[in-house]
Unconditional design. Structure first.
Length: 135
């Protein structure tokens, strides 16, 4: 593989924030298999420290978490001049209109219902991230 080919196949970093180790692990497996670099966080506070240390290209964030929930985490990211551009996808087992509306009001780029499939997770990443140049 030539260097230019290797550069084209590099996928962006994706941060998965969820207090469920099962959800984190599933997302990590699905995203890694698709070639993405994955970082994991257990809650909003841990996520914010990861974002500052190494800015991800996209964030999947559970809504219901201890300490700092997904709505609050998303709102803090949106208030940051340095990080407001990062797409944030809220994850929830709730699929009601109110839940989706509250997610959009907090600044979410998208809303994905759990349990998600590999296809729905990857499609969300592809839809929200700029396309990788093909040469």
């Amino acid at each position: 593989m030539t260097e230019s080919t290797a550069q084209r196949t590099i996928r962006p970093d994706v941060l998965v924030v969820d207090d469920s180790s099962t959800i984190r692990r599933s997302a990590e497996i699905f995203l890694s298999q698709a070639g993405y670099s994955v970082r994991l966080a257990k809650d909003g506070f841990e996520a914010l420290s990861i974002i500052v240390a190494q800015t991800p290209a996209l964030i999947f964030c559970d809504i219901l978490m201890p300490r700092l929930d997904g709505y609050q985490t998303c709102s803090l990211i949106r208030c940051s001049e340095q990080y407001h551009h990062i797409p944030v996808v809220l994850l929830s087992s709730r699929d009601g209109l109110f839940d989706r509306a509250r997610g959009m009001l907090s600044g979410a780029s998208a809303y994905l219902t759990k349990p998600f499939t590999k296809d729905s997770l990857i499609k969300t990443v592809v839809d929200l991230l700029p396309k990788v140049a093909n040469g």
